[in-house]
Structure formats: structure tokens, C-alpha cells
Ligand binder design. Structure first.
Ligand code: FAD
Ligand code: UDP
Length: 368
């Protein structure tokens, strides 16, 4: 008899959903977390009565009613709609690219007029088969939107020229010919009232959890104590980097408490000029329509990832995709260890996708 049925490595959303589901079915779980708090990147911390998104702005959105109902079991959500604006050379533009943006850019008031301008620019500057982000973006929205709202932001974010980046990154952004500033097209959207940490606390309620414990430092010891492991850390680290290191893009967050009630009038303002070193400023109180006398802002500076930094964005280019495939082959042969989450899969996943894949994994484990 082993002490635990499952040891779960990582208390992020993936690990916590697994821990909850497996515990509810009667399995004994232990969660190991190397940070000094639970929650992974969705962690929020209350400062001056404001819930600060410590690892970047997190807006929950999904089209899947099942996932929406699931997450609503752990918190009440407000009706926040993400409508970021972009700042470029002293002017403000609405995002995502929609009729408000086109009016601000060209003074047009009707969809037909906007479509005509965009099509003309695509005709002149477009490419038949877009092979990179620059070509894809121009083919989608034309030259003006690309130059003003995409190029500078993207090159800061990824630290590479846009023509060296994969085209798929830009396909995440909606393009609309209606006056609709909603960044997401999903049916359900909101922010948990009181922050995200409570969701993880409720998911882990009654489950043993050890903080500041890096599983990889004593892998063999933990394996002795359990029948099965769910691992949500990096795959290359698990296999001791035997084929080399996967690359990431990292972020540096600079927080400021300001003695003003309202600094920028919106939760998210993107800075698309290349001369401004940060990509966006988050004003946290606006996620929950806060009226506190002070405000907290975070400037987000992208940076190249190096050992010891938080790995935020996987770089899914050819070189790294090849490497992760080699690690995945090893992972497939690892007996009684199950890998999941954005680090182990080396894929940028939103929260709703993480919950769905954690539910699928536990469903398959329980069925066995
Ligand atoms: P993580 O949250 O990274 O959790 C993994 C955990 O495992 C971490 O706590 C880590 O410390 C721990 N761990 C790793 N290795 C070990 C080890 N060896 N031993 C012990 N513990 C270990 N999604 C949205 O839906 N909407 C958004 O608006 C949004 N905004 C985002 C903004 C940013 C800047 C980023 C980076 C992500 C954003 N996301 C957003 C995505 C969201 O953060 C992820 O979908 C989610 O957090 C992934 O959960 P996870 O459990 O897979 O990974
Ligand atoms: N992007 C851009 N301008 C913006 C916002 C986004 O060019 O104002 C590009 C950028 O390349 C980014 C991608 O669109 O990496 C996806 O944007 P998203 O807002 O989904 O990025 P995330 O919030 O995940 O960092």
C-alpha cells in the first residue's frame, strides 16, 4: 500500500482541477508546489482592497457551458467584458480591430467603406500565401492597422521581427465590421468577484498541499510514496534537459500603488509604439469595477527567457516544436506518470482549455 493514490505536481489550474476531481471520487492526493503560494499563474493577491493579477491580466472566457458552470461552482463571476484600448503616439484606438478602430484611423462610418480601404491595402501590400506573422497580418487587416497596432506591439512582445514569427499568433485576434469592442467572441466571460485565488483554495479544500517543494529535487522519494503522478511542470526539466532546453518568452512586471482613484480609465491599455518599452499597463481595480481611493497599476515588460525566469509564453517555432515532440515521445513511455497543463504540453492554453483538458484526463483515469 502506497501512502497516496496520486501525487500532483503543480497547484496551477490544471493540477488543482485534477486534485479536486480525483479526491471527490475517493482517491488520496498530495499536491506539491514549488512556489510559496498555490494557483500557478492565475494567482491573485489582495493589496489595498484590490485584487492584483500577479502574473498578468486574466480574463475568463469560454463558449462551453459545461466549463462555465464548472468554474462558477468555485466563485461568482461578474460581467466584465475585456475591451482593451491601444495607445499609439498620443492617440487611443479601440481593440480588437472593429468599426470604432476604423473610424478612428480613417474617419469611415460604414462597414463598406472600411472593407474597401482594407481590401485596397491588401491588394497593394498583400501576399498570396502568407508565411509569417507580418504577411498574415497585412493579408487580414491591411498595412495601416499592421503598422500602427500590430508591428510594434508584436516585435516587443516576441523580441523578434514580425516576419520571423509564425502566422498563427495573429489569428487569435478578432476582426469585425461592427462597432463592438469585446476582445473575445465567446458566449461567457467574466472575472471572479474576489479574485482567482479563492477558486484554487476551494478546489484544494481538504487536500494535502506542500508549498515550496520542488518535485524534481527529490523525484525518487516522491515516486516511492505514490502509485501515480500527474506532472504539470516543464517537460524538458522532467527529463533533465537531455535533448536540450525549450525556449520561452518571459515577462517582467512592475507594480505601482498610485494615490489616485482612476489612472487610465480602463483595465488594459496596450502600447503599440516600439519606443515605449512595455507592451501594456494593467489597472487592476477595473476588473472588478473598484471604487477604492488608491489604484494599482502593472507595467508589463516582455523579455527573453533565461534559466530561472518564469516561462510564460512557449515559442512554438519549428525548432522548439521539434524538441517538444522528442520529449513527448519519452513522456508517452513514462509508466504511471501523466503530463498535462501549459508547461508540460508546451502550448499556450487559456484557462477554459486547461480546465477542459484536466477534466478529460481525470475522466480517463477514473474510467480505467
Ligand atoms: P501554471 O499556472 O503555470 O501552473 C503550473 C504550476 O506548477 C506552477 O504553480 C508551478 O510553480 C508548478 N510547478 C512547476 N514545476 C514544478 C515542480 N518541479 N515542482 C513543484 N511544482 C512545480 N488565460 C485565459 O483564459 N485568459 C487570460 O486572460 C489569460 N491571460 C494570461 C496572461 C498571461 C501573461 C499568461 C502567461 C497567461 C494567461 N492565460 C490566460 C493563461 C493561463 O495563465 C493558463 O491557462 C493557466 O494558468 C495554466 O494553468 P497550468 O496549471 O497549466 O499552469
Ligand atoms: N497583438 C498586437 N497588438 C495588440 C494586441 C495583440 O499586435 O494590441 C498581437 C501580438 O502579436 C500578440 C498576439 O496579437 O502576441 C495575441 O494577442 P493576445 O492579446 O491574445 O496576447 P496575450 O494576451 O496572450 O499576451
Amino acid at each position: 500500500m502506497k501512502m497516496y493514490d496520486y501525487i500532483i505536481v503543480g497547484s496551477g489550474l490544471f493540477g488543482s482541477v485534477c486534485a479536486r476531481e480525483l479526491t471527490d471520487i475517493g482517491f488520496k492526493c498530495l499536491v506539491l508546489e514549488k512556489r510559496n503560494h498555490i494557483g500557478g499563474n492565475v494567482y491573485t493577491e489582495n493589496v489595498e482592497g484590490i485584487n492584483v493579477h500577479k502574473y498578468g491580466a486574466h480574463i475568463f472566457h469560454t463558449n462551453d457551458k459545461r466549463i462555465w458552470d464548472y468554474v462558477n461552482r468555485f466563485a461568482e463571476f461578474n460581467r466584465f467584458t475585456n475591451s482593451p484600448v491601444a495607445f499609439y503616439k498620443g492617440k487611443i484606438y479601440n481593440l480588437p480591430f472593429n468599426m470604432n478602430t476604423f473610424h478612428q484611423l480613417w474617419g469611415v462610418t460604414k462597414p463598406d467603406e472600411a472593407i474597401q480601404i482594407i481590401n485596397k491595402q491588401i491588394e497593394i501590400y498583400g501576399t498570396k500565401e502568407p508565411k509569417n506573422l507580418e504577411e498574415q497580418a497585412i493579408n487580414l487587416v491591411g498595412k495601416d492597422v499592421y503598422e500602427i497596432l500590430i508591428k510594434g506591439y508584436t516585435e516587443k512582445q516576441w523580441g523578434r521581427p514580425a516576419f520571423e514569427l509564425p502566422a498563427f499568433i495573429i489569428k487569435r485576434l478578432p476582426l469585425r465590421f461592427t462597432f463592438d469592442n469585446n476582445y473575445f467572441s465567446d458566449k461567457y466571460q467574466g472575472i471572479p468577484i474576489g479574485g482567482y485565488t479563492q477558486i484554487i483554495e476551494k478546489m484544494l479544500y481538504g487536500i494535502e498541499c506542500k508549498l515550496e517543494t520542488d518535485f524534481l529535487l527529490e523525484k525518487e522519494k516522491w515516486k516511492e510514496l505514490t502509485n501515480k503522478i500527474i506532472y504539470t511542470g516543464s517537460l524538458d526539466a522532467y527529463f533533465e534537459y537531455k535533448f536540450g532546453t525549450l525556449e520561452y518568452r518571459s515577462l517582467h512586471f512592475e507594480n505601482e500603488i498610485l494615490d489616485v482613484e482612476n489612472f487610465q480609465g480602463n483595465a488594459v491599455v496596450n502600447y503599440s509604439e516600439k519606443e515605449v518599452p512595455y507592451t501594456r499597463i494593467i489597472e487592476h481595480k477595473h476588473f472588478e469595477f473598484g471604487k477604492q481611493p488608491k489604484t494599482i497599476i502593472t507595467k508589463e515588460y516582455p523579455k527573453e527567457w533565461k534559466f530561472g525566469d518564469e516561462p510564460y509564453y512557449p515559442i512554438n517555432d519549428q525548432k522548439n516544436n521539434k524538441l517538444i515532440e522528442k520529449y513527448k515521445l519519452l513522456a508517452d513511455n513514462e509508466k504511471d506518470v501523466f503530463f498535462g497543463g501549459r508547461l508540460a504540453e508546451y502550448r499556450y492554453y487559456d484557462m477554459h482549455q486547461i480546465i477542459a483538458s484536466a477534466l478529460l484526463l481525470t475522466y480517463n483515469l477514473i474510467k480505467k
